[in-house]
Design a binder for this molecule. Structure first.
Ligand code: WT7
Length: 669
């Protein structure tokens, strides 16, 4: 990458925190940034003291063997105790911990004292199955309360969970079970998704059949009771038929309800493994990202309280599935450590209609919504009438995570969902960071649409050039700079490494800039010192000697009224090095028409500069995305460069690419 990223997309709007919001916010004094910067270890210790410890730590930070960090050395605590028991024992005992709605519309409300009983029974059941401290348990479930129970029950007895997203295939499950050497799988017969059953137990059977010698037991929850139902044209067997393996498979309802509700929490070392979570990475085999107990809980609790301004009577809805880190940190551990009420929803946002999210907000009076740009762009595409017909006046804060949010989507979110009243927090972080790292604080930060703004107090993020020079420090006052994002100090929830692969951990994150963590993302820092994350550095194009971020061309396209979503790639070009190809989805209110493509090209040239004008634009019906909603640009590059399609196993819908390929090739001829 060159010293600067030569993109020019300008977004000038700023939004101050609403005065009443700021006055009542959990944090509203900007001096906190300076204080935390002066003594970041003391800052994190202050948060750690808000947890319940069996034994205090004797050293807050051990950074003597970087990049392997230890926080709260010598301290002992239990994550489940901190998320459940301490609330159940006090004034929150009857407070709703989890409010859940299934896709078919079934509703459950679980109080903290009920949660303690549920989790304790399941923990005892796991012990009866032979699972204990130090073991790994694979959790492969739909988004039902039992998924949270399973994570907490593992934490309670000191077993590490490895949650595998229910949308992943048997093959992904097989890889993850074997890498983590899981002793048991907790699953369900199926889960509901857009009216169909996702046959989870069947996938577990397939995975184990491929060879998972570490698995001794499979605990199966009955969720769909799906005998006779059709899934993609195939009848789904009842969960206890088909490949039921006696001695290995255990019915939840036969084992769990008869267990005692007394189950002591294991006292864990602050650095004991809490969980493994696999992240695909751009190439190669998935990385088992590991998180430990004391620092992780500290980081997620602190960020939940300050980023989301979480208060006692909030109903907090992070729409992520627990199969992703967002679900780990901001459905389960962060909010429950704070004693919050958490919303969980099982299914799709367009079931039975495209207003399901807004109906949920209206019905349950959700106060905080945390979702992803890919969802926001889908809502924009579906049209404004869906949110408009619901009363969402309970909302007071909106959050975004997962990829850069383009300014148009940010503004739409702020206007149509937040009605201009709610601060919007765009939060940058990763599976590896465990906690939110770059984000506004809603009572302090003046936000700019599309910018994640500043690093959280106690965190230091910098922009480096190829040689590792801190561009923010050497620039002229007010100058914009661009380069690689890096983090300079250890933080409590940072990953402790890749399971069984310390070399890969060092090589991937710590070798580009020795002593600093390199997350793999590019960023800009504007004249006011705001961060504008640009996505993975692999997603930066080099067009005729200029670095242009795919994300900024996408933002310029989405800025056009006809465009709902865009994916941009650089394809090989003899003269320019790379030429820009764009795949565009139109809004439901627009159709393709003669001249539209030229108009879109001109729009990009107008917003960014002639250098960014796309060579070709394809109007597509769908974009290839991973199941977590990230656009698979590698596949689009394959399409644009006429290569055979590479690995498509993590695609949510593999037909999408073939359709695009046909379309692209017919256009070329
Ligand atoms: C990558 C991490 C962290 C939860 C979900 C994804 C991108 C994430 C933002 C944001 C710009 C973002 C980065 C990051 N990303 N949030 N607010 N602005 N980019 O977790 O699967 O580990 O992906 O997602 O590229 O490195 P993940």
């Amino acid at each position: 990458m060159h010293e600067t990223i030569d993109t020019l997309l300008q977004e000038g709007r700023t939004f101050a925190p609403p005065a009443d919001f700021a006055a009542a916010a959990n944090v509203n004094d900007p001096a906190i940034y300076e204080q935390a910067a002066q003594d970041s270890v003391g800052f994190w210790e202050g948060w750690a003291k808000q947890l319940d410890w069996d034994q205090p730590w004797n050293q807050a930070l051990d950074w003597s063997n970087p990049p392997f960090v230890k926080w709260f050395v010598g301290g002992k605590l239990n994550a489940c105790f901190n998320c459940v028991d301490r609330h159940a024992a006090g004034e929150r005992s009857g407070k709703t911990a989890i409010l859940w709605e299934g896709e078919p519309g079934d509703i459950r409300r679980i109080s903290y004292s009920e949660l303690k009983d549920e989790v304790s029974r399941l923990a005892n059941a796991l012990k009866e199955l032979g699972v204990g401290k130090g073991d790994r348990v694979c959790v492969y479930m739909p988004m039902v309360p039992e998924l949270a129970f399973a994570m907490l029950a593992c934490a309670r007895i000191g077993a590490a969970h490895s949650v595998v997203f229910g949308g992943f295939s048997a093959e992904s499950l097989f890889d993850r079970i074997n890498d983590g050497q899981a002793k048991a799988v907790i699953t369900a017969d199926g889960g509901w998704r857009r009216g169909s059953v996702v046959p989870l137990k069947r996938a577990v059977d397939e995975a184990i059949q491929m060879g998972c010698p570490s698995i001794e037991k499979v605990l199966v929850l009955k969720r769909t009771g799906s005998e006779g139902l059709m899934t993609q044209g195939v009848p789904t067997p009842a969960y206890d038929q088909g490949k039921w393996v006696e001695g290995r498979d255990v019915r939840w309802e036969e084992l769990v309800p008869r267990q005692s509700v007394e189950c002591p929490c294991e006292s864990m070392d602050a650095e004991d493994l809490l969980y493994i979570l696999y992240t695909s990475g751009s190439t190669g085999k998935p990385k088992g990202i590991i998180h430990t107990t004391g620092g992780y809980l500290t980081g997620v609790m602190a960020t939940t309280k300050w980023v989301f301004d979480l208060k006692e009577d909030d109903l907090f809805w992070c729409t992520a599935d627990c199969g992703w880190v967002t679900g780990h940190s901001y459905v389960v551990y962060g909010p429950l450590a704070c004693g919050a009420s958490v919303m969980m929803y099982e299914g799709a946002p367009d079931m039975p209609d495209k207003d399901r999210f807004w109906r949920l907000i209206e019905a349950h009076k959700i106060t905080i919504l945390y979702t992803a740009p890919t969802a926001i762009r889908a809502f924009m595409k579906w049209g404004d009438e869906y949110p408009e017909r619901c009363d969402m006046s309970s909302l007071r804060l909106l959050g975004s995570v997962g990829e850069p949010i383009n300014p148009e989507a940010w503004i739409w979110y702020q206007q149509f969902i937040g009605k201009g009243r709610c601060p919007v927090v765009d939060t940058w972080w990763q599976t590896e960071t465990g906690q939110i790292m770059i984000t506004p604080l809603p009572g302090i930060t003046h936000t700019k649409p599309g910018s994640a703004t500043h690093s959280f107090p106690g965190i230091e993020a910098v922009v480096l050039n190829e040689e590792g020079v801190d561009l923010g420090a050497v620039r002229k006052p007010g100058q914009e700079v661009g380069g690689y994002l890096a983090l300079t100090r250890p933080w409590p929830a940072m990953t402790r490494g890749i399971y069984n692969d310390p070399e890969r951990f060092i090589k991937t994150y710590w070798s580009k800039f020795p002593g600093k963590y390199f997350p793999g993302d590019g960023t800009k820092m504007d004249g006011d010192g705001y961060f504008w994350l640009l996505g993975r550095v692999d997603d930066i194009m080099l067009v005729a000697g200029h670095n242009i971020s795919t994300m900024e061309v996408e933002s310029a396209l989405v800025d056009h009224p006809a465009v709902a979503e865009a994916a941009v790639i650089g394809k090989k070009h003899d003269l320019k090095g790379q030429a820009i190809s764009a795949f565009v989805l139109l809004r439901s209110t627009h159709q393709n028409r003669p001249g539209l493509i030229d108009e879109l090209k001109a729009h990009v040239a107008h917003k960014i500069g002639a250098i960014a004008r796309p060579d070709d634009i394809i109007i597509a019906a769908e974009l290839p995305k991973t199941r977590s909603g990230k656009i698979m640009r590698r596949l689009l590059r394959d399409v644009a460069e006429g290569r055979a399609l590479g690995d498509t196993t993590t695609l949510a819908d593999s037909n999408v690419v073939n359709t695009l390929k046909d379309k692209y090739e017919s256009m070329e001829s």
